[in-house]
Every structure is written in C-alpha cells, then in structure tokens.
Ligand binder design. Structure first.
Ligand code: NAD
Length: 542
C-alpha cells in the first residue's frame, strides 16, 4: 500500500497535464456507480464523542449538501455547548492512558488505521467529492491517498521524537530532554480539503500522545467523522479522537475558549485565525495557525513557457482554486508575457467543467452558491476597476447553473494594489501581470501580506536559488507549483500563519519540551550553594 499511496501525494508522475483535458464536457448528471457509493456509507449522526457516533443536541439543524447539484447528503443537529463539554471531557479522560501508551503501540494503531482507510478509499473519495463539489479524480487521486499516506507517515513518526543528547553539561548533573504531549487539543478545520485537513490536525496530535476534539467546517463534516470512526474500529481508544460539528461563531469559539483545552490548532482564513489567536492568548494556550494565502507564480524570461503555462493552469484551478497555495498572481517577464497569456487562456478554455462524479471532469463547483457569488462579485469589481477578462469571468451556465460553478478565469490589466491582486479570491481565477527586471519580479512576488507558497519558473540555477532565498513564503517551488509530500512541512510566513503541518516539524509542535536536571552525586553540599549560603564546614572560612 505504501508505494501506491506515496506516489499519489500529488507527485509529478501522477499529475496529468491540463492540456490533455479537451474536449469540453459540460454535463451535470450523476452516475449510478457514484450514487451507490455515497449511499452505501452510513452518515447518520455527525458527532463522534467518546467513541460513539450520535446526533448533536443543539437546536441548530445541520444539512450537508453537494454544492455541484444541491443534493442533500446528510442531515443532523449541530453540537450544543453540552456536547462540546462532553467531547472535551472524553478527550481529557482518554489523555492519561493515551499519553502513556508506548510510541510503538500508537504507531501500530496508526498503521492499522491506514489499512482501514485504504479499504474505504472508494467510498471516502465519493463522499469527499460530493460534499466538497470537487472532481472525483482529484478526491480519488489526491485527497484520499494523500491523507492515507499521511497516516502511514505519522505511524512512523510516532516512534521518532527528537531531542538533544543527555549529558553532564554542568559537570554535576545529568541533563536530559523529555518531549511530552500537551494534553487536549481543540482543532478547527476548513471546508476546502476536509479529509486531508482532518488528517493534518488529528495525526501529529495523536501520534505525539495528545487527544483531540476536531470541529470540521459545518459545510463538510462527513469524512472527518468517518476518519474518527475508522480510528476507533482499529482500536484507538474511545475519547482519543472526537468530532463535533457546528458554526464557528458558536461551537468553534466554545472549543477555542474551553478551559480544559490545552492547545488550539486552527486552519482557515486569516481573519478568523486572528480571533482564534486572541481568544487563545487570553488563556496562554499554545496556538497553531495555518491561514490564508495569495501565492505568486513568477515566470522569468528563460523559463520553459509551455511548462509554465501548464503549471499555471493546473496550479490555479486545482480544487476550483479553493486551495490556500493555489497560483493566484502570475508575474511574467515581459518577453514571455503575451505568449504566456495566450497559452494559458487557450488551456483554460479547454478545461472540462462538469459533473463531479464524472472521471473526465477537471473543474468542479465551488463550495456553495454564496461563495460562488462572492467570487463573481470580486471578478466584477476587478473588471469595473479596469481589469480585462481574457477567458471565463462568469458562473456556469446551462445544466451547471444548478450548482455553484464558476468558469476558469484569466484576468489581465489589474493594478498591483487592486483587491483582485491583494486579497484571497479562493476561486478559479488567475491574474497575469508583466514585470521587467529580476528585482522587480521578486519585489512584486513579495508585495503581499501573505506568505504561504510561491513558485519560480526559470532555466537558471542562480535565478532559482535567488528566488528560493528571497521569496518570503513557507514553500517555494522551482519549475512546479502545488505538489506536497508528507515528509516535508507545509505552513506559512507572515499573515499565512506560523505553524507547520505534515512532517516531523508538525509532530514537534504538538509536544512540549521538558529539561530534567538530575544531581550526579548524593552529597548535601553543592558548589553553587556557596553563592547563596555557606553552611559551616562546607565552604571557605567567613
Ligand atoms: P474560515 O476561517 O471561514 O473557517 C475555518 C473554520 O473556522 C471553520 O470550521 C469555521 O466554522 C471555523 N470558524 C469560523 N469562525 C470561527 C470563530 N470565531 N471561532 C472558531 N472557529 C471559527 O475558513 P474557510 O472559509 O472554511 O476556509 C478557507 C480558508 O482557509 C482560506 O482562507 C484558506 O486559505 C484557508 N486554508 C489555509 C490552509 C493552510 O494550510 N494554511 C489550508 C486550507 C485552507
């Protein structure tokens, strides 16, 4: 399994160039196979508390809808404050034993979880596709196998906590490091990659010996609950992983503020992250923040133009652009600019927009009609402010109008200080802008409050090294844009947050360091006592 899943973590060998994705297909009907797949999984009860799936007890209805066609996928009631208390209490009760479970046993259970999820992968992909309105080929080729690879990675990482060497640094003590779990983690995740985000939150936390209460986005809870339930089936004890659903302003903020939550881990927008950080700061809770992005895509004049154009289309349209690392601002050195714009527009016009359960579909819907309208309004304002729409620039039409579709869109002529260049659109929208010298290109790439990811396209190793060193972002790709891998950290600079997901760096963020300093000899007199008090007979004469 591991070879198969590792290869699927959006590595280049699996990525199909978007140029192959012609002709345009614009149907929006559901396949029989997909219907059976989503219907075969029991999704009743979206709270998973103390090892039991059940309904919430608030007065607020939860309805999960496929945004590509409006179909209702699951119905429940959101968690009440009492449900949140119960979930945190279950996590607290499980902490003592789980934190003392050997790393080897935790690892064994996570390996079993990887196998369990692998067995469910077709159903998980169908549900992930349906609740997020994302193409089945992305859910089946990236979201689900990438998450399972993360489970396998953290199964290994659980046995690999790092620290400095124990030694007699003072000459009179043995100093050693303990890396300990923090306690109960309150986690909050967004809707764009719900299954992956559940993994990124749950795995490093529990691998390090913490217990967790996860609140997924109210729009997409289904696969997070299935993740927790699968963990329980393979023997991860009740209460180690809990899931509660609800809106951010009620259940999310209750979890962040809960007195018995020791650390808050949040992935979402920068605006909400700021509120979460403020609440957590009041109680001096550790905070892990993964926030928004506005990735630059920098094309130098010695770049392979075809590679850059294909990379820009795939990198901006992945998950309908609802990706925190998506290419959003293409800065192209003037010599290549016109040809780049022409080729990107040609490729975008060939993208297959269609039913999300059709394996031929490249671009699915946005997460909701409200979000689609927000994207459309941003593009309209950009147009009003002088930008030109080269392709796209409108919602889906015909059958696609039933869902939250928006066309692949390329804009030119926007001002650097305009909303469309500065703010997150989180839709299938790329803005192209020209630049002249290298200094200008790098300055434009860094002219943003965000710093999550960026790419530089060049044939020169020196330009590549300079871009890697000077771009202020947590990830800089060279001649590619988007791939991630379990072994390497993902996380931001600046307003994109300061935390790391995936990799052993993330595991460390869910631990706290303790220095244990143990006297080497039993004598009551220690040399340093003489600096404070000299007991007769011990030190020099008074
Ligand atoms: P969001 O900030 O609106 O919501 C994220 C989560 O926070 C949801 O579960 C929501 O219910 C909850 N929430 C909202 N208000 C809250 C509050 N006051 N207290 C506690 N919880 C609250 O973001 P979204 O629209 O769900 O997701 C899109 C955003 O996520 C984008 O900005 C995107 O860039 C970002 N994102 C970042 C990463 C990363 O790794 N850096 C990954 C994925 C998404």
């Amino acid at each position: 399994m591991s070879g198969e899943t590792t290869a699927a973590v959006l590595r280049p060998d699996r990525a199909r160039p978007t140029a192959d994705l012609i002709p345009i297909h614009r149907s929006n009907s559901r396949s029989k196979e997909h219907q059976t797949m989503t219907a075969s999984v029991d999704v009743a009860g979206q709270q998973f508390i103390g090892g039991r799936r059940r309904r919430g007890t608030s007065a607020e209805e939860l309805v999960v809808v496929n945004p590509s066609n409006g179909e209702r996928l699951a119905e429940d009631v959101h968690a009440s404050p009492a449900d949140v208390d119960e979930a945190v209490a279950a996590a607290r009760a499980a902490f003592r034993s789980w934190s003392r479970t050997t790393p080897a046993r935790r690892s064994e259970l996570l390996h079993a979880l990887a196998a369990e999820l692998q067995g469910m992968s077709a159903e998980l992909a169908a549900l992930e596709s349906a609740q997020g309105g994302k193409p089945i080929k992305l859910a089946a080729g990236f979201d689900v196998p990438g998450t399972i690879d993360n489970v396998s990675f953290f199964a290994g990482a659980a046995r690999n906590l790092d620290g400095k060497a124990s030694a007699e640094y003072s000459g009179q003590h043995t100093s050693s490091i303990r890396r300990e779990p923090i306690g109960v983690i309150g986690s909050i995740s967004p809707w764009n990659y719900p299954f992956q985000m559940a993994g990124w939150k749950i795995l490093p936390a529990v691998a390090a010996g913490n217990t967790i209460v996860l609140k997924p986005s109210e729009l997409t809870p289904i696969t997070s609950v299935l993740f927790a339930e699968a963990a329980q089936r393979v023997g991860i004890p009740d209460g180690v992983i809990n899931v509660v659903t609800g809106h951010g302003s009620t259940v999310g903020s209750a979890l962040v503020a809960h007195a018995d939550v020791d650390m808050v881990s949040f992935t979402g927008s920068t605006a909400v992250g700021r509120q979460v950080a403020a609440t957590a700061a009041g109680a001096i809770k550790r905070v892990h923040l993964e926030l928004g992005g506005k990735a630059p895509f920098l094309v130098f004049d010695d770049a392979d133009l075809e590679a850059a154009a294909r990379g820009a289309v795939a990198g901006s349209l992945i998950n309908a652009g609802q990706d925190c690392t998506a290419a959003t601002r293409a800065y192209v050195q003037r010599r290549h600019y016109d040809a780049f714009v022409e080729r990107v527009a040609e490729l975008m016009a060939g993208v297959v927009v269609g039913a999300v359960d059709d394996p031929a579909t490249d671009l699915g819907s946005l997460i909701s009609t409200a979000h689609r309208d927000r994207v459309a309004a941003m593009v309209d304002r950009a147009r009003d402010a002088g930008a030109e729409v080269v392709t796209g620039g409108a919602p889906g039409t015909g059958e696609l109008a039933r869902g939250a579709y928006y066309q692949p869109t390329l804009l030119v002529g926007a001002a650097q200080d305009s909303e469309i260049v500065r703010d997150e659109v989180f839709g299938p929208v790329l803005v192209a802008l020209p630049f002249d010298g290298d200094d200008e290109g790098l300055a434009l790439a860094n002219d943003t409050r965000y710093g999550l990811a960026a790419s530089a396209w060049t044939g020169s190793v020196f330009r590549a090294q300079r871009a890697a060193a000077e771009i202020q972002a947590g990830c800089v790709w060279i001649n590619d844009h988007i791939p991630i891998i379990s072994e390497m950290p993902h996380g931001g600079y600046k307003a994109s947050g300061s935390a790391k997901d995936m990799s052993t760096y993330s595991l460390e963020e869910y631990t706290q360091l303790k220095h244990v300093m143990s006297a080497s000899a039993p004598e009551p007199h220690k040399d340093w006592h003489d600096l404070v008090v000299t007991v007769a007979g011990d030190g020099p004469p008074r």
